[in-house]
Design a protein around this ligand. Structure first.
Ligand code: GLA
Length: 562
């Protein structure tokens, strides 16, 4: 390692002398979206482009004997000094050593300011064998930076290098001026058309006031999605319209457990449910119902004696009757509105029956969230099992019933949810069709691989997966549009790999949590204070971000592979 370090230090000094002046890189082109692509290595006497090697055209050969510098292959990045850059690198390489010994190759960037030598990718390769190398990283570029090949035990003079399919993509704010005028969401290709026949439900979450109420926004949503979720309006506090409910209905509600309970006087117009169902009908799309049972955004009085904020918690039997009454009332109202506006045809095709009931630090014996009035009343999972029984009893059979949660990729939480799915399935009269993965992810967490494992764990328990609240935060990092695009593309490619097909469980829907960056909930979260988040597909003027094209490209590439 020491040897390697000094090798790189020497090479940096050498490069500064060679490439001391920043100028445009002749091997780079500016892309219409403001990103940069470097497509060829820095030229010197050792480099011969456009050779035919092993029947491949357009191979660059690097003759070791003619190399004058320390590192055999370099790409000059000095033109991009003082930028925070996200680098995506890939190439196919073949190295032929004189004695046929393998070599340990490393692609690095000589960024020494932080005392580190960032390695984009590293691989031990056999002599004479073509190998693909790929890597990506965020880096803050100083002057005189190069991306270069290095490695342990390479004797340049005794080695020939061959490179093909070189692609280095740099993205970052103000790297170059985008030449393409941004398309608005009404001009761009439709996401739902791209995913037609692949993923049944493609959705975006929105609000009623300021969004769904606006006819232009209805048009944009209807162009791109076939499903919406209202962020708040189908939650208990909105359905109850924040009323205090001191007034009781003259009729008692008789629950299936025989208990007759007093119930609050109606649910004042069910909030904005009527307007929403009417709008969704006009848009000729569908929606997810979110959410029936949740510890949050449910009035305190609902759990307390006399429907009074200050009352004691009611007993489980009373709470079960109240839960049945609530679920029945909401589902019946939806059915009424579907009848009234849509000739009885289905508009709300899925319900998040229970949201976030499993603890983040789940263990085998303590896996339920305890900071919840639902939990406080029961002390166990009875309220979850009952919720799936009541939803099954009062919802039409084709409405999908979903358990929804966040952070599902932590192994303990994932396992607890898998057990819960089994338990719901084993409960007489209950039904569960899917696990909802909220998916408030960030660029760095979780890995796609870990997320995919979680998807497959849920599928193996005989349910579908619905991605219910996807947004991709830049988190602690500064926003980088190219990086977000790649993340969206990778997520959607993974969703397509695991999509629902005839007779097989899979991902049956993907909903993105919000339309445009200015409306994201993330910027109201204390952990993001001072670091603005840009997690969605559209800018605040409803122009398409690179991330939008990432979603489209994932579908195009998937179709090409089929
Ligand atoms: C959770 C809930 C959503 C919403 C988000 C924050 O994920 O399920 O309904 O409240 O938090 O916007």
């Amino acid at each position: 390692m020491k040897k390697l370090l000094s090798l790189c230090l020497v090479s940096m000094i050498g490069f500064s002398a060679l490439f001391g002046m920043a100028g445009p890189n002749p091997n780079a082109r500016n892309n219409p979206d403001g990103t940069i692509t470097i497509f060829a290595v820095d030229k010197d006497a050792s480099v011969k482009p456009k050779q035919t090697v092993d029947k491949f055209k357009d191979v660059t050969t690097i003759n070791g004997k003619a190399i004058k510098k320390r590192n055999p292959i370099t790409f000059d990045l000095s033109a991009y000094a003082d930028h925070e850059v996200y680098v995506e690198f890939s190439c196919d390489i073949k190295v032929v050593t004189k004695d046929n010994s393998p070599v340990d190759l490393m692609w690095m960037i000589n960024e020494l300011s932080g005392g580190t030598l960032p390695t984009l990718c590293q691989k031990k390769v056999e002599s004479g064998v073509w190998t693909t190398m790929k890597g990506e990283m965020d880096i803050s570029l100083g002057a005189n930076k190069n991306l270069y090949l290095s490695g342990a035990g390479i004797d340049n003079a005794q080695t020939t290098f061959y490179l093909k399919n070189i692609e280095i993509k740099l993205s970052g704010e103000s790297l170059s001026k985008p030449t393409q005028a941004a398309q608005t969401w009404m001009e761009a290709d439709s996401i739902k058309a791209a995913y037609d026949g692949l993923i049944p439900h493609i959705g975006i979450a929105c609000g009623w006031r300021g969004e769904l109420q606006d006819f232009d926004i209805q048009d944009g949503l209807a162009r791109h999605v076939n499903s919406i979720t209202t962020g708040n309006e189908f939650k208990p506090d909105f359905i109850f319209n924040w009323a205090s409910h001191s007034q009781m209905s003259p009729d008692l509600f008789v629950a299936e457990n025989g208990k007759a309970i007093e119930v609050p006087m109606g649910m004042p117009n069910f909030g904005n449910m009527k307007g929403i169902i009417n709008a969704v009908t006009d848009m000729k799309i569908q929606m997810r119902g979110h959410v029936l049972v949740w510890h949050s955004q449910t009035p305190k009085w609902f759990f307390r004696e006399g429907y009074n904020d200050n009352g004691a918690l009611v007993d489980p039997e009373t709470m079960t009757a109240r839960q049945e009454w609530y679920i029945k009332s909401v589902l019946e109202e939806v059915a009424n509105l579907e009848k009234r506006f849509n000739k009885g045809k289905r508009l709300v095709y899925a319900w998040d029956v229970v949201n976030e009931a499993v603890s983040d630090g789940a263990s085998k014996n303590a896996w339920l969230r305890t900071d919840s009035d639902w939990y406080r009343v029961y002390g166990d999972e009875t309220f979850i099992l009952n919720a799936f029984r009541f939803a099954n009893k009062y919802a039409p059979a084709d409405v999908e019933l979903v358990y929804n949660d966040y952070g599902t990729y932590s192994p303990a939480k994932r396992d607890a949810i898998c057990n819960l799915v089994d338990e719901i399935k084993a409960t007489p009269g209950a039904r569960i069709d899917a696990v909802g993965m909220q998916s408030h992810v960030s660029i760095d967490y979780p890995t796609i691989d870990n997320y995919e494992k979680t998807v497959q764990a849920f599928l193996s328990h005989g349910v579908d997966v619905q991605v219910t609240e996807l947004d991709i935060a830049n988190g602690q990092k500064k926003y980088n549009s190219g990086k977000l695009k790649k993340a969206y593309k990778d997520y959607f490619a993974m969703y397509l790999r695991n999509r629902k097909t005839e007779g097989k469980n899979g991902i049956s829907g993907v909903t993105i949590w919000g339309i445009q960056d200015d409306g994201t909930w993330l910027n109201n979260q204390p952990e993001h204070k001072g670091n603005k988040q840009y997690p969605l597909l559209f800018n605040k003027d409803y122009t398409c971000k690179p991330a939008f094209y990432g979603v489209l490209e994932a579908a195009e590439e998937y179709k090409q592979q089929q």
